[in-house]
Design a protein. Structure first.
Length: 248
């Protein structure tokens, strides 16, 4: 494994799963080997977002010590490698052990993005400890950023200073600006993903938006964030190129 990044948030529903799937795909399209892992064992929905409803082996089986992680890796039509978790109640009650999680992730090649549960519970702390880095997702609103502050504090307590914050669902007049969030949290904002109907449509269709609509405003933002995370050169396609691609 090259690097494992925990995707965390204070508040729920801010876009961690959407971020994990799309940033994973964006990093892959920039030439990285990436696997996204559903670390939300209680309310797993990374698999659901990507159309994996039923699968013989999931992360919970590997964590229970029954299987090598490679048997729980599935491929989305986009090429994205996904480790889903079970949605059944029995598996929901299973906890995450940092040592076991770390061992499993070490069996995966390339970069691993772990979609975490919201909040600062034991499972989130275990995943943060098992990973090298964390990224905090928040909406640009005071309640969400206030909750983000708590998860940042916990990340620091477990010795994993987050590499940055991503603001999701931006573009409204009544919202905090990136500089304000940076001043509140003391961490840099890696990028902003705009509110985009194409995201909702893509979730309905069980695809990452980047796969379904690569030139949407959210897809371009995911590409930029992925480039900065993987240290790759990327510039948005120019207007002429955009027109040509749209006309195709
Ligand atoms: N950029 C966006 N534009 C429009 N809608 C979005 C965007 N990002 C996320 N959403 C909407 O928000 C919903 C919640 O997103 P998501 O499931 O990724 O959040 P989450 O943080 O993983 O939630 P949970 O804490 O429950 O795991 C999505 O189903 C989608 O409808
Ligand atoms: Mg989620």
């Amino acid at each position: 494994m090259e690097k494992a990044i925990a995707v965390v948030s204070g508040k729920g529903g801010v876009g961690k799963t959407t971020f994990s799937a799309n940033t994973g795909l964006a990093m892959m399209s920039l030439g990285n080997e990436v696997t996204v892992l559903d670390g939300d064992l209680s309310n797993s929905n990374l698999g659901l977002q990507l159309g994996f409803f039923q699968f013989p082996i999931g992360l919970h089986d590997a964590l229970a010590g029954n299987m090598p992680i490679e048997k729980a890796v599935y491929s989305h039509p986009s090429g994205l490698r996904v480790v889903p978790s079970s949605v059944s109640l029995g598996c929901t009650r299973q906890g995450t052990h940092p040592g076991r999680m770390k061992r499993l992730m070490s069996e995966i090649r390339g970069i691993v993005l772990v979609d975490c549960p919201p909040g600062i519970g034991q499972d989130v702390q275990a995943i943060m400890k098992a990973c090298d880095d964390s990224i905090v997702i928040t909406n640009p609103e005071i309640p969400a950023v206030t909750d983000a502050l708590k998860v940042i504090q916990v990340a620091r307590e477990v010795g994993r200073e987050p590499i940055g914050i991503v603001l999701n669902r931006t573009g409204d007049k009544y919202e905090l600006r990136p500089e304000e969030v940076e001043a509140m949290c003391g961490i840099k904002v890696l990028g902003c993903i705009p509110e985009d109907r194409a995201v909702k449509r893509s979730i309905f269709n069980r695809n990452p938006v980047l796969y379904e609509k690569p030139l949407s405003k959210s897809s371009l933002a995911f590409m930029e964030i992925a480039a900065s995370l993987s240290g790759t050169e990327y510039s948005r396609p120019g207007m002429l190129m955009l027109r040509r691609l749209i006309r195709r």
